[in-house]
Write a new protein. Structure first.
Length: 262
């Protein structure tokens, strides 16, 4: 591959958008001989409560120009969420929830990830941080926030007199999205019952959402993180005796890319 060649330009473009690894052993040409297929568009409707049997259809609605495909995908998604809710409800401790997740196959990300990345820190912490999803280093170690963004988070905590041993950290999804892309609605929906159950078990005094994806998933807010950060919200699930105060803030990875926002 010569410098400045078309092949190098394409490769650099893929690296720029986050495609940094291959999933199949052989490359697939998705342009040559491709045929148009019906597309689907999914939106997740988030409620600040643990979904019950009657609320599965309200958690996720599939809008499509192909009705049969939409019906099938909706049914599969509802079945996955229903299973996740039932399994999560059985867990009585953080460790029990981890073991449940190790045997849960409902999230597509598990097929391409190296390790489950669940929690790190103190299970009895008063402050619970929820990020977006694991990165490459987190995937390798099986621990959330251990890369460069984790180092920055540690410095942020130290600046207010806290250490990682005094808080608990997790994510909205527990397996790394390929290329560190944003988790899809389907992937978040499959993991959300476990996130909510984690909050119920830990019962933190403060819930901190790191980044827009986590804030929107847990709060059901449509606004961007720039407008949500610094504001206080009330978060409560069906099984929590009282709500917990919650606040969103910029994700450390974003602060590394945009230092002026620090």
């Amino acid at each position: 591959m010569t410098p400045g060649s078309k092949s190098q330009t394409i490769l650099e473009w893929h690296q720029f958008i986050g495609v940094d690894e291959t999933i199949t052993s052989k490359p697939i040409n998705r342009i040559a001989g491709s045929k148009p297929r019906p597309t689907t568009h999914a939106t997740i409707i988030r409620e600040a409560s643990l979904p019950t049997e009657s609320s599965f259809t309200s958690r996720k609605r599939l809008v499509s120009n192909s009705l049969p495909m939409a019906t099938a995908l909706t049914q599969n998604s509802n079945d996955t969420v229903r299973t996740a809710v039932e399994l999560a409800a059985l867990a009585k401790s953080v460790e029990g929830l981890r073991k449940t997740l190790e045997n849960f196959d409902g999230c597509p990300l598990k097929k391409t990830a190296t390790n489950l990345v669940f929690v790190d820190g103190n299970a009895d912490a008063d402050i619970l941080f929820i990020g977006e999803g694991p990165g490459a280093e987190e995937d390798r170690q099986g621990i959330p926030f251990v890369g460069t963004s984790g180092n920055l988070l540690g410095k942020m905590l130290a600046s207010i007199g806290l250490s990682r041993g005094e808080i608990l950290i997790s994510n909205t999804v527990f397996w790394r999205p390929p290329g560190n892309r944003t988790p899809t609605h389907q992937e978040i929906a499959a993991c959300m019952p476990f996130v909510e159950r984690l909050i119920e078990i830990v019962r933190p005094k403060i819930l901190v959402m790191l980044g827009g994806a986590a804030a929107k998933s847990l709060l059901g807010e449509a606004q961007g993180i720039g407008r949500l950060r610094g504001r206080w919200f009330s978060f409560k699930t069906q099984n929590m005796p009282h709500p917990v105060v919650a606040t969103p803030m910029f994700h450390p990875a974003y602060l590394l890319r945009t230092p002026i926002q620090k």
